[in-house]
Design a protein around this ligand. Structure first.
Ligand SMILES: Nc1ncnc2c1ncn2[C@@H]1O[C@H](COP(=O)(O)OP(=O)(O)OP(=O)(O)O)[C@@H](O)[C@H]1O
Length: 630
């Protein structure tokens, strides 16, 4: 029997198969082919934009690269269609990695600028390299042949929609695997992702490459569909249209990509007809008016402030539609406006209107009795570590030894260098001088991902969870290192891939049980109460099976019952033999849990020893209370 979620897909598949029989008109079949091709591009783009959170304003370039690569390979080298398509995907993926390398150091608007520049450069190059591309004249490409006969529009429709099905399956499986979790993790917190042993640069490059490859396939299919390629097609407007499709359809949704593709294919057609556009603007204005009136009855001014702008924009569009005779010259403004509206008012796109927000519920995933945490307790040595930021010395030749299997407190007044030490220990900062030794081996100067995989896990002073993922998925990100299935194995859903995933489920559940969050496994991290978010961070860090766990003010902002729960969890973790470094301002926690304590002040170690000895050290009292009080 079908699961409920499978039924719409089965109906869609049936409709896709039946369409050429029901509507055999070439015009509609051609439209459906273009929708399919755009859907493939958007599914790939969603991996980059929706999952990985990287904006791309240059995707038309990958589409163009795919189109020209396939076109040239078929016409100049006589390569068969299938091989040309594969090559187009590979070449586009190569450019994707190139763009990822350029985009690695930037984010937000700067990333948008880099991708925009990339798109523009590629279009200019295609235009200028007429020795290869024939420049503005364009390139004629034949439809592939099947037993000597050129494919008909109907046959080609099935080819394209076959690829759509493949893209749907692959992206669905990738997105729900450790790969998709890594993408989402780096979107929500790159630093926490690195500290989970996942190289952010690597996974950004993978996301760019996959996304580019799929745009390349789309481009190749498009070239053959149109039997003609010219540089003008692959312009900024097309990039904007792709982005609009992803955002409008709904990011992180395969159905959203299909819907988005349909909208963006229809949109230019709609803009060609004044009458249609006026109807659309009138409909949108009516909807905005309805929401504005409803919000008046709701919570008043605040709701109206929210409902007002879309009403103004849609009404403006309606008036505008009666002022102009030709919409084509205003296309870019209209696309831009639609993106703005979607970003502000449809954060989950059109699909968001249909999706019920999943409620937190207990999961039935099996928990494992075999909880694996620390492999073996290890000692942590810090030797003369100095960290300078310009003229400021945040750590001044600090040395300390953390004994295996103990909890070592690191305390000191605000600004004394505790968090800086945490960042040095996890590779977020490379110390200006000094060494960090894990079981006697130096680890300073390597990347946070490397250090994490060598066995140092951490939590953060300001909670850094992967907010759009469930508690269970958050912990599974910590298990990433053990999941070896590659792209192909995931796409084929091999037995090994399924077993890895099931194993990770069981291990993650056991960790959630350990911190008392088993009942919240299916709740999104952002919906958990603050105290539970802190515990979830600990469970996620433990998923690395760390030899050393660094806790940066885990009790900050917790209520008394939450503090009690936290202390119980830390005692249990100690029982597994994990070495811990605990930064904490709550002295009662430090007194109760720590085997040894080091005190920092202005970046220098001023005291060290057992908790009660340190507490009575005059230098410590003076650092905390000021010299006069001491
Ligand atoms: N990235 C940075 N760039 C410049 N200065 C920094 C940076 N990180 C920390 N500092 C400075 O280093 C000093 C130590 O800061 P740090 O955050 O390590 O202190 P802390 O003991 O953790 O304080 P708190 O208890 O308030 O968290 C402060 O003066 C801080 O302003």
């Amino acid at each position: 029997m079908f699961q409920r979620t499978r039924l719409p897909w089965a109906m869609l598949a049936l409709s896709a198969v039946a369409l050429p029989l029901a509507v055999p008109l070439p015009y509609y079949l051609h439209l459906a082919i273009i929708v399919g091709i755009y859907a493939i591009v958007l599914l790939g783009m969603d991996l980059l934009v929706g999952y990985t959170g990287q904006v791309s304003l240059g995707h038309a370039a990958f589409f163009g690269i795919g189109a020209y690569a396939a076109g040239l390979l078929m016409t100049r080298l006589g390569l068969p269609f299938g091989l040309a398509l594969l090559a187009a995907a590979a070449i586009a993926a190569g450019f994707g990695v190139l763009l990822a390398a350029a985009a690695l150091r930037v984010s937000g608007p700067y990333l948008a600028m880099v991708t925009l520049a990339f798109g523009t450069i590629v279009q200019i190059l295609i235009n200028e390299m007429d020795w290869l591309t024939l420049g503005p004249i364009g390139l004629a490409v034949d439809k592939p042949r099947w037993f000597g006969e050129k494919l008909t529009t109907t046959q080609y429709y099935y080819v394209v929609w076959g690829f759509v099905a493949l893209a749907l399956v692959c992206t669905g499986r990738w997105a729900s695997s450790h790969l998709g979790r890594a993408f989402e993790a780096l979107r929500d917190s790159p630093i926490a992702t690195e500290c989970m042993g996942i190289g952010v640069a690597r996974y950004k490059a993978i996301a760019f490459a996959l996304s580019a490859a799929m745009a390349g396939i789309g481009g190749a299919l498009y070239a053959v569909s149109e039997e003609y390629i010219s540089p003008n097609t692959y312009n900024f407007e097309l990039s904007l249209l792709f982005l609009l499709g992803v955002i409008f359809g709904g990011r992180k949704s395969r159905a959203g990509s299909l819907l988005g593709a349909t909208v963006v294919v229809m949109l230019p057609t709609l803009l060609d007809s004044m009458a249609m556009f006026r109807w659309l603007a009138a409909g949108a204005t009516a909807a905005a008016l309805y929401f504005a009136v409803r919000s008046l009855r709701g919570d008043g001014a605040a709701a109206l402030r929210r409902a007002g702008p879309p009403l103004l924009v849609t009404a403006g569009m309606l008036v505008f539609s009666y002022q102009v005779q030709n919409l084509n010259e205003h296309r870019l403004s209209i696309f831009g406006l639609l993106i703005l509206l979607a970003v502000f008012y449809l954060p989950d796109g059109l699909m968001g209107l249909f999706k019920a927000r999943p409620q937190g519920r207990a999961t039935t995933a099996p928990s494992s009795a075999l909880l694996r945490i620390a492999s073996e307790p290890k000692a942590l040595g810090i030797r003369d570590v100095t960290m300078r930021f310009g003229g400021l010395t945040a750590l001044d030749s600090v040395s300390l030894d953390v004994q295996p299997g103990t909890i070592h407190g690191l305390i000191g007044p605000n600004g004394s260098g505790k968090s800086t030490m945490m960042n040095v220990l996890t590779g977020v900062y490379t110390p200006t001088a000094g060494r960090v030794l894990l079981a006697g081996r130096p680890i300073q100067g390597t990347s946070p991902a490397r250090i994490a995989s060598q066995g140092i896990a951490r939590t953060f002073q300001n909670v850094q969870l992967f907010w759009e993922m469930t508690a269970l998925q958050n912990v599974k990100v910590g298990l990433h290192r053990g999941m070896r299935s590659g792209l192909l194995a995931l796409a084929l859903d091999t037995r090994a891939a399924r077993e890895h995933e099931a194993g990770a489920d069981a291990q993650a559940m056991a960790l959630l049980e350990l911190v008392g969050l088993a009942g919240d496994a299916a709740t999104d991290a952002r919906d958990l109460p603050y105290g539970k978010q802190r515990l979830l961070e600990i469970a996620r860090a433990l998923a690395l099976q760390p030899a050393v766990l660094l806790l940066d003010e885990p009790a900050a902002g917790l209520t008394a019952p939450d503090v009690a729960a936290l202390m119980q969890v830390l005692r249990k973790v100690k029982g597994f033999g994990v070495t811990m470094v605990l930064i904490e301002h709550h002295m009662d926690i430090v007194m109760a849990l720590c085997d040894a304590v080091t005190v920092l002040d202005f970046g220098q170690k001023i005291s060290e020893g057992q908790a009660h000895t340190v507490r009575n050290d005059p230098r410590v009292i003076s650092a905390y209370l000021g010299t006069a009080a001491a």
